[in-house]
Write a protein of this length. Structure first.
Length: 82
């Protein structure tokens, strides 16, 4: 499989309907827009048909029972040290 593998529980829907990946320490990224979100209320784990819709639409590469394989997402901007 191609794409960046992440544990399936790290990819979920927020209450407002956005689909995000949680990178840890409360860092959420919208997988459709690539935007980083300051926070969001957990909505629900994604069901197979929701993941399949994301795959067909091109937002994820693939998924299985344990992993979601993400397409490339923008990296978070970091401040450079002088």
């Amino acid at each position: 499989m191609t794409g960046t593998p992440v544990d399936r529980e790290w990819v979920y829907a927020l209450e407002d309907g956005r689909t995000v990946v949680e990178w840890g320490e409360g860092t959420l990224q919208d997988i459709m827009t690539g935007d980083f979100l300051p926070k969001g209320e957990f909505g629900h784990e994604l069901l197979n048909h929701e993941l399949e819709n994301l795959r067909v639409a091109g937002y994820i590469e693939d998924f299985d029972s344990r992993k979601v394989y993400l397409r490339p997402l923008p990296e978070r901007k970091r401040t450079m040290l002088d």
